[in-house]
Design a protein around this ligand. Sequence first.
Ligand code: NAP
Ligand code: HSE
Length: 437
Amino acid sequence: MTKTVRLGLLGLGTVGRGVYRIVDENRELIERRTGVRLEVTRAAVRDPDKDRGVAVPAGVLTDDPRQVVAAPDVDIVVELVGGSDAARSWVLEAVDAGKHVVTANKALLAEHGDEIRRRAAEAGVALGYEASVAGGVPVIKTLRESLAANRVLSVYGIVNGTCNYILTRMREDGSAFDAVLADAQAAGYAEADPSFDVDGVDSAHKLAILVNLAFGVPVAIDDVHTEGIAGVNPSDIEFGREFGYTLKLLAIAKAAAGPDGRLEVEARVHPTLVADDRPIAQVGGVYNAVQIVGDSVGDLMLYGRGAGERPTASAVLGDILDVARIADSDAAAAYDGGGAAPDGRIRPIAEVSSLYYIRFTVEDKPGVLSQISGILGRYDISIESVIQKGRDAGKTVPLVITTHRARERDMQDALVEIDRLPSVAEPGVLIRVEDDG
Ligand code: NAP
Ligand code: HSE
């Protein structure tokens, strides 16, 4: 028997338009496959007169999201506007009105996820957010359902298509950062404010969602150590290549035991050098990949398009159809799956240990390397390899060092001392190197 489910879309931009188109094009297929017939009964936009390339019937469009949220002919509110404050109000109003909610909005969930999850559970409605992490890649469903019986040890990946696209083009054809960012914006990959992408904030939002789901640990967005790619110097991509590494913006979460035995989770986003032969290094362009290690499943990797109209809309529709099928059951309130280990905590970055790549700009004169290596040695940091490029007596040259595993606090303290040396012309550039994955 067919069940008709009525959708109220908030937003008909890149993702909303994709949802509208897929519903329109695949309605019969979806109905045959799932027994659910989807109808878009309401849609809110900022400007109803804008040509958006989809033929929306008269009476469906409004410029007032509250009309959609309150409409009696809407079963699932699909939030595809973005931003966190107004979206929070609309989503909470929808929940309070007994409507299920599906959203692609990672900023909203990273900042207000606890409150929204709690209110949805209290109201007995489902909250779906598959599209909020890694676009079309079903990482949320994998963690929530397929790996529900695993203790997750790490989640690690490329979760921002825009940054991956930029870094890939910089490495492959030497493109300039600004030109590639403009291409990513034109393709609909970038956030409304692209600084969210390039400053690492979008990846941090996604990592916070993954940490909550995979480890159950409460996480505030400020707990996620975040560095973006805006300051990436092309020379580090090239030196990395000489060492056999590819530069990626990685979101990394790893479980560890704290000193008091409590679960601690590293949660960090930063440019990272990974060995060229690692699977994650091969993930190029707008593609995302998430590697998960579970205590039973071992390691697995999910790969696919992390942004763009159709891939993201595909994930939104996956949620809509799941929610449609459980809508009237007790399972709806537990659909979001997060928050299972409230006693855990996020490990501060100073306590994390890593391998490092450091590039110094130094005067080309005898004794400089021994000064630098002496400071690193005093902080218990062991050098793995060194390259110095060029020979320009009396002028500055790059000196690149890779290290064995060291503690972040020691590395930062050593860098401060090294930067004070008279023969060091510019602050050292530090990039972490990952050997997992
Ligand atoms: P977008 O293209 O900027 O579309 C936003 C939509 O929201 C537009 O239709 C806009 O109306 C509407 N809107 C904005 N303010 C509004 C208001 N006050 N009242 C009513 N409607 C309003 O954004 P998007 O790229 O589709 O992204 C939507 C969400 O999906 C964001 O949370 C984003 O982070 C997330 N997401 C995006 C992607 C992607 O690849 N783009 C991937 C994953 C997740 P107008 O059309 O009239 O301007
Ligand atoms: N701006 C995001 C990205 C969209 O580039 O990955 C997908 O969340």
